[in-house]
Design a protein around this ligand. Structure first.
Ligand SMILES: O=P(O)(O)OC[C@@H](O)[C@@H](O)c1c[nH]c2ccccc12
Length: 242
C-alpha cells in the first residue's frame, strides 16, 4: 500500500500520532494560549511521525485549523471530523490532510465502503475507528486502511471513561483483519499505558488530551520508543471550561 501516513508511522521509533484539538470532551481548553505553530513545533521536536488535527466542532475545531497546521507541519496529517460525504474528502486533501477519520459505528456499511473507496482514490489513507469486533467486520479493504480501536465511545461524545482493555482485547482480531497498522486511540493518559499498548503489539497510538496537558513530552517519547523512564509526568492544571 502506498501511504505516507502509514509509512511514517511504521517507520517511526516513536509511533505516537500526536493530536491537536482545542477542547477536551467536556469543553475544557487544551491549547492554553499556544498557536498551531507552537504545537506543531513542540510535537515535531518530540519526534511525532504524524499529527492528528481535530476539525470537528464538538472539540472546538475548524477546517481552518487543519490548514494552519499544514502550513507549519512537515509530517503527514490526519483530519479528525465526522465525514459523511465525498466532498469532505476533497476538502481534506486540499487543506493538507494525508489521512481522514471514518467512524465505522456512525456510518451505514454502504457509506463506509463508498467513503473508503473514494478516500483511496483521492490519495487519502482511510483511518477507520472501531469499538467492537462487529464494527471491525464492516470495514472494507482493511489492508488499505489504518484501523484504530477507539477506547472511548464517540456516540457518548467521548465523555465516557476510556477502556484500554478494549484495545488489548481487540488486537488479535485487528491483526487478523490484515490492516498494516493497528492503532489504539483515545484516553491513553500515562506513558506507562502507552508503553503497555506498544509492547502488546500496537503499531501506533493516537494521543490528544494527555499530550496537550503534559509538560514533559520527552517522557511520552521515551514510552513510545520503549525506553520508559520511571519518572512522574507533570500535568498542566486543567484549564477553565469555555
Ligand atoms: O484526547 P484523547 O482522549 O487522547 O483522544 C484523542 C482522539 O482519539 C479523540 O480526539 C477522538 C477520537 N475519535 C474522534 C472523532 C472526532 C474527533 C476526535 C476524536
Amino acid at each position: 500500500m502506498d501511504s505516507a501516513f502509514v509509512e511514517a508511522l511504521l517507520g517511526a521509533r516513536r509511533p505516537l500520532v500526536m493530536e491537536i484539538k482545542p477542547r477536551d470532551a467536556h469543553g475544557a481548553d487544551l491549547v492554553a494560549g499556544r498557536t498551531p505553530a507552537d504545537l506543531v513545533a513542540a510535537y515535531e521536536e518530540a519526534g511525532a511521525p504524524c499529527l492528528s488535527v481535530v476539525t470537528g466542532r464538538w472539540f472546538g475545531g475548524t477546517p481552518a485549523l487543519l490548514g494552519e497546521v499544514a502550513r507549519h507541519a512537515s509530517v503527514p496529517l490526519l483530519q479528525k471530523d465526522f465525514i459523511t460525504r465525498r466532498a469532505q474528502l476533497t476538502d481534506a486533501r486540499e487543506l493538507g490532510a494525508s489521512a481522514v477519520l471514518l467512524t465505522a459505528g456512525l456510518l451505514p456499511v454502504s457509506a463506509l465502503r463508498t467513503l473508503v473507496d473514494a478516500a483511496l482514490r483521492e490519495g487519502l489513507t482511510p483511518f477507520v475507528e472501531i469499538t467492537s469486533e462487529a464494527e471491525l467486520e464492516r470495514v472494507p479493504r482493511p489492508g488499505d486502511c489504518v484501523i484504530a480501536v477507539n477506547n472511548k465511545d464517540i456516540r457518548a461524545r467521548e465523555r465516557d471513561p476510556a477502556d484500554l482493555s478494549r484495545s488489548h482485547a481487540l488486537l488479535p482480531a485487528l491483526r487478523a483483519s490484515g490492516t498494516p497498522c493497528p492503532v489504539s486511540a483515545s484516553g491513553i493518559d500515562t506513558p506507562s499505558a502507552a508503553a503497555g499498548l506498544l509492547a502488546a503489539g500496537y503499531r501506533g497510538l493516537l494521543i490528544g488530551t494527555a499530550l496537550l496537558r503534559s509538560e514533559d513530552l520527552d517522557a511520552w517519547s521515551a514510552a513510545g520508543s520503549g525506553l520508559l523512564a520511571e519518572r512522574r509526568v507533570p500535568s498542566r492544571v486543567a484549564c477553565s471550561q469555555t
